[in-house]
Design a protein around this ligand. Structure first.
Ligand code: UDP
Ligand code: MG
Length: 315
C-alpha cells in the first residue's frame, strides 16, 4: 500500500491547526491508506507548537519539526520534503485553503500511472482584493514570458507528487528558493486540477501586499536573466542615442557656430543617464546579493525540536 505524506508549514496557526487536522484525518481515514502528517512549525509566536505536540501525543501519524525562528514558508516546505518518507508527498496550507477533499481524486490520478504529480490551480480568486489579483495575473504572465520555469496562473503549492519528483526537489538545494519555479523547472508529467478558491477558515494571511511584491521580484531573479539583458540592451540603446546626439551637436556647431546652447537639456540628460546607470547597477546588485547568499552555504533552516529521532538536513 502506498504511503501519503502531508507537509504542513505552520506559522502562527493556532486556530487553524486543530480544524485542519480533524478534517484531513477524516478524509485520510476514509481513504484507507497509510499516511503521515509532517507539521513544520516555522517559529510561531503563538501556541501552534503546543497544539501540534498535544496532537502528536494522541496520534502516531504525526511528525513535527520545529524551527528555532521564522525561516519562511519556502524553508518550511523544504524541511518537509527532506523529512517526509511517503511514496506520495504533498504540501498543504494549515488554513484549509488547500481542500483536503481533493486528496482521494489526486491519489487516484497518480495511481493511474499516467502522471507524476497532480497539481491544484485556483480558477477563481473569490475573496481576494481586486488589486492583488490584478498584480498576481500580471506577474504570472511576465514570469512565463521571461523564464524557463513553466508557472501556471493560480497554481498553488498544493500538489501530490511521486517519490521521484520529491527526490528531485530535495536535490535542488539552492538557498534562494522559489518553489513554484522549482516545480516547473524539474519537469515531470503534471495533471492540473482546477478548483474554486476557498477562503481561510480562521486567522489571518501572513502575506502583506509588499511581502508578495518582494516574493514576485525574488521569483523573477531566481528564474530569469531577463533583467540583466534589459540592462545590457538599455546600455546599447543609450550608446546609439548618444552617438546620434553627438552628430547633431557637431552639425549644429558647423552650421550655427554655438555649441553651448541648452543648459536645461544637458541637465536633463545627465540626470536621466545617472538614473539609468543606478537602475542597471541595482539590477546587477540584486543578482550579486543572491550569489553572496548562495556562496555562504548556510543551512536553510535550524530545527530546535522534533519527535523524529533523526531529522534530515541538506548541507
Ligand atoms: N507560512 C509559513 N511561514 C511563513 C508564512 C506562512 O510556514 O513565514 C505558512 C502558513 O502558516 C500557511 C501557509 O504558509 O500554512 C500559507 O500562508 P497564508 O495562508 O498566510 O498565505 P496565503 O494563503 O494568504 O497566500
Ligand atoms: Mg492561506
Amino acid at each position: 500500500m502506498k504511503k501519503i505524506s502531508l507537509i504542513i508549514p505552520c506559522y502562527n496557526e493556532q486556530e487553524t491547526v486543530p480544524l485542519f487536522y480533524a478534517e484531513t484525518s477524516r478524509v485520510l481515514n476514509d481513504m484507507d491508506c497509510e499516511y503521515e502528517f509532517v507539521f513544520v512549525n516555522d517559529g510561531s509566536a503563538d501556541d501552534t507548537l503546543k497544539i501540534i505536540k498535544e496532537l502528536a501525543e494522541t496520534d502516531e501519524h504525526i511528525t513535527y519539526l520545529s524551527f528555532s525562528r521564522n525561516f519562511g514558508k519556502e524553508a518550511a516546505m523544504y524541511a518537509g520534503f527532506c523529512n517526509a518518507d511517503g511514496d506520495y508527498v504533498a504540501v498543504m496550507d494549515a488554513d484549509m485553503q488547500d481542500p483536503p477533499a481533493l486528496l482521494p481524486q489526486m491519489v487516484e490520478l497518480l495511481e493511474g500511472g499516467e502522471y507524476d504529480s497532480v497539481a491544484t490551480r485556483r480558477v477563481s480568486r473569490k475573496g481576494e482584493s481586486p488589486v492583488r489579483s490584478w498584480f498576481a495575473r500580471r506577474f504570472y504572465r511576465l514570469i512565463n514570458r521571461i523564464s524557463d520555469a513553466d508557472i501556471v496562473d493560480g497554481a498553488r503549492d498544493f500538489r501530490l507528487m511521486r517519490r521521484e519528483m520529491v527526490d528531485a526537489i530535495v536535490e535542488m538545494s539552492e538557498y534562494n528558493r522559489f518553489s513554484k519555479g522549482i516545480f516547473g523547472w524539474i519537469g515531470f508529467r503534471t495533471y492540473w486540477l482546477p478548483y474554486e478558491n476557498v477562503e481561510r477558515v480562521a486567522g489571518e494571511t501572513k502575506w502583506s501586499f509588499w511581502k508578495l511584491v518582494k516574493y514576485a521580484i525574488d521569483g523573477i531573479i531566481n528564474f530569469s536573466q531577463a533583467p540583466l539583458s534589459i540592462a545590457s540592451w538599455g546600455g546599447i540603446v543609450m550608446t546609439l542615442v548618444a552617438f546620434l546626439y553627438m552628430i547633431v551637436t557637431f552639425v549644429r556647431r558647423l552650421l550655427f557656430g554655438n555649441p553651448v546652447a541648452g543648459w536645461a537639456s544637458t541637465i536633463c540628460i545627465i540626470m536621466f543617464i545617472g538614473g539609468l546607470q543606478l537602475f542597471c547597477l541595482g539590477i546587477m546588485g540584486q543578482y550579486i546579493a543572491k550569489i553572496y547568499m548562495e556562496t555562504k552555504n548556510r543551512p536553510h533552516y535550524i530545527i530546535s525540536e522534533s519527535n523524529k529521532k533523526e531529522t534530515k538536513k541538506i548541507k
